[in-house]
Each structure stands twice: as structure tokens, then as C-alpha cells.
Design a protein around this ligand. Structure first.
Ligand SMILES: CC(C)(COP(=O)(O)OP(=O)(O)OC[C@H]1O[C@@H](n2cnc3c(N)ncnc32)[C@H](O)[C@@H]1O)[C@@H](O)C(=O)NCCC(=O)NCCS
Ligand SMILES: Nc1ncnc2c1ncn2[C@@H]1O[C@H](COP(=O)(O)OP(=O)(O)OP(=O)(O)O)[C@@H](O)[C@H]1O
Length: 297
């Protein structure tokens, strides 16, 4: 029998994870991705489908939180979460009629929900590191099937969604979370603050979604153009919009989509809700004038 507190907190975390998925999908405009304006480069997805898929994952996140409540990262917890995550993927495919709307998001948010259920009154850094520690336990029951991510990993040597988690979500820690907060501090609108956070991810991560559909050229140009936008500063003028349009055009040209960045934006929003409601703390580090000045492209 799960204690009442665990049930309530788990339901709360699950609601926040679903809200993060919906607000990520609804953020408009987003280059190449499904948003309120269009389906980006996805011919098989719509905003309604993304929202339906997000609601369908509610019990997955709730079960993950209940299994993790006040636990510590361990092999046994890792394997429990993995089984729930895989069944969440099956639920997603059932809800969407076989379309991959949220596979990467289930992975990132699943680990973060688990970590948030383990810790209370802790910092954002502790949550992401602890999620990484959990991800590093080897799940002995992982099916050996070929995925787009594995194919891209073999071809280009990039670590993708798995690597991001194993390392404790460095791109959320170093880029999207501080950039979301720095944007707000500058009085930038919520939507543009979130778009800045998304672009900071697009400028930095090796997105296997982009690589498997568009190859290395697509990844290079995406990163370069996202970087170009952010180098103009977090406050937007007409020049930002011109490059954003160019970036959207690039993604359409390569038929590529920054799904990994979208997943990490949802993960960033989830952590941000916890911060806003004071469930977790965050010691602000200023990222200075040029948020991506030290980028290694
Ligand atoms: C790790 C996952 C995502 C599978 O990875 P793999 O790379 O093999 O698969 P695939 O290419 O099909 O999907 C990866 C997805 O991750 C996202 N992504 C791509 N690149 C990145 C990146 N650099 N950073 C973060 N996310 C990324 C994209 O949305 C992409 O679609 C995951 O499905 C998995 O292994 N699940 C097993 C269940 C589990 O252990 N769950 C635990 C937590 S719920
Ligand atoms: N708003 C969004 N629009 C599109 N994709 C998103 C969005 N938010 C998150 N994603 C992520 O993008 C991934 C979907 O990417 P993609 O369509 O490339 O999937 P695939 O099934 O791996 O590839 P393909 O459809 O090319 O065979 C999902 O795993 C999902 O987590």
C-alpha cells in the first residue's frame, strides 16, 4: 500500500510532466516541430495528436513517481522504471496509432520525474545528477532492437538521448535552464524566453532525430543558425525573426526535426514548474552577455 503523501505527490509530478509536454507542443513558433501553426516537418503528427499522446502518458509518469518516492538510485529502481517507461512507450504507440510522438520525452521526463520523487527541497542540479545516476545503472532487460538512435550512434559516434541522461542532462544545466531564467530576468515574454531556451538546445545538442533524417549537414546548419540567432542577444529584433525563418527553411530542406531539443525543452519546463512552486531550489549563475560564446560546434 502506497502512503497517501506518495500518491498525492506522484499525481502532482505526473500532472506537471503532462503539462510540460503540452506547453512544449503548444509553444509557437518552433522551427521544424509540431506547434499551433503547423506540423513542422512531420507529416504524421498534429498538435491534437501530441496533446492526446501527452494525456495518455499521465499514468506512466504517476507509476514512475510512486515507484521512486523517497527511494535512492539503484539497479532495482532503474529496472522498475525501465519497465514502466517501456510500457509507457507502448501506451503512446497505442494512443497515436503507431506514431512516435514522445519516445524521447518519456525517457528524459521519466528519469526526471523519478528523481524529483526521490528528493524534496533539493536543488535543480541534484535532481538532474540523480536522474543521471539512475540512468547509469545497466538495465539487464533492455530489448536488443535496432533503433534510429543506435544506427546514428554507430554511424556518427554521437551519444544522443541516452548520453544526455547519463551525463546528468548537461545541456539543461548549462544552457536551457539558465537561458530561460536570464530571458525572464530581462523582461522578455514567456514565449520568447522558452524559444530562447529551445534554441540554446538546438545550438548545442547532437540531436539524433536531425541526424537520422538529415545527416551531418543538417545538424551542422541547424546548430549554426540557432547559434546565430542567440548571438544577436536574448532580446529579439527583426533580425532574429529573419534567421529563425531561415532555420525553419533549412529543417524543411533536410526534412529534419529537432525532436531531441523539444524533449529537453519539456524537461526544462518540468524542472522550472518545480522551481516556481518552490519544490526545488536553483542557485542562479549568470551566463554573461553572450550565452553561447564558448560553444564548441
Ligand atoms: C533512450 C531511449 C530514448 C532510446 O534511445 P534510442 O536513441 O535508441 O532511440 P530513438 O532514436 O528511437 O529515440 C531517441 C529520441 O530521443 C530524442 N533525442 C535525440 N537526440 C537527443 C539528444 N542529443 N538529447 C536528448 N534527446 C535526444 C529524440 O526525441 C529521439 O526521437 C529510450 O526509448 C529507452 O531506451 N527507453 C527504455 C526504457 C527506459 O529505460 N526508461 C527509463 C526512463 S522512463
Ligand atoms: N513538438 C514536437 N514536434 C515533433 N517532435 C517532437 C515534439 N516534441 C517532442 N518531439 C520528439 O521528437 C521525436 C519524434 O521524432 P521523429 O519523427 O524523428 O521520430 P522517429 O520515429 O524516430 O523517426 P521517423 O518518423 O523519421 O521515422 C519523439 O520521440 C518526440 O519525443
Amino acid at each position: 500500500m502506497i502512503e497517501n503523501n506518495a500518491q498525492q505527490f506522484s499525481l502532482h509530478l505526473s500532472n506537471l510532466a503532462v503539462k510540460a509536454l503540452i506547453e512544449e507542443a503548444e509553444l509557437t513558433p518552433k522551427p521544424g516541430l509540431v506547434d499551433k501553426k503547423d506540423s513542422g516537418t512531420h507529416t504524421d503528427m498534429t498538435l491534437d495528436l501530441m496533446i492526446k499522446s501527452a494525456y495518455g502518458l499521465s499514468s506512466t509518469f504517476r507509476s514512475i513517481a510512486e515507484a521512486s518516492y523517497k527511494e535512492k538510485p539503484s539497479l532495482s529502481l532503474r529496472e522498475k522504471i525501465a519497465a514502466i517507461g517501456r510500457s509507457g512507450e507502448a501506451t503512446m504507440f497505442k494512443t497515436t496509432g503507431g506514431i512516435n510522438t514522445h519516445k524521447g520525452a518519456i525517457w528524459a521526463l521519466g528519469l526526471l520525474v523519478s528523481s524529483a520523487a526521490m528528493h524534496r527541497n533539493d536543488t535543480m542540479e541534484t535532481i538532474v545528477h540523480s536522474a543521471g545516476r539512475l540512468a547509469r545503472f545497466h538495465d539487464r532487460h533492455q530489448p536488443k532492437i535496432q533503433t534510429n538512435g543506435l544506427r546514428v550512434n554507430e554511424k556518427y559516434g554521437v551519444l544522443g538521448a541516452k548520453g544526455e541522461a547519463l551525463l546528468g542532462f548537461p545541456h539543461i544545466r548549462e544552457f536551457s535552464f539558465p537561458i530561460l531564467h536570464d530571458s525572464r530576468t530581462k523582461g522578455i515574454s514567456e514565449d520568447l524566453s522558452r524559444l530562447n531556451a529551445l534554441l540554446s538546445l538546438m545550438a548545442n545538442i547532437d540531436d539524433t532525430c536531425i541526424l537520422h533524417r538529415g545527416g551531418m549537414d543538417a545538424l551542422y546548419h541547424t546548430k549554426q543558425q540557432a547559434k546565430e540567432i542567440l548571438e544577436r542577444g536574448l532580446e529579439w529584433d527583426a533580425g532574429h525573426w529573419v534567421i529563425l525563418e531561415k532555420l525553419d527553411h533549412t529543417l524543411h530542406l533536410f526534412n529534419a526535426s529537432p525532436g531531441g531539443s523539444a524533449d529537453l525543452l519539456a524537461a526544462t519546463l518540468f524542472l522550472d514548474y518545480l522551481y516556481q512552486e518552490k519544490t526545488i531550489r536553483y542557485e542562479k549563475k549568470s551566463i554573461g552577455g553572450n550565452p553561447i560564446g564558448s560553444l564548441n560546434l
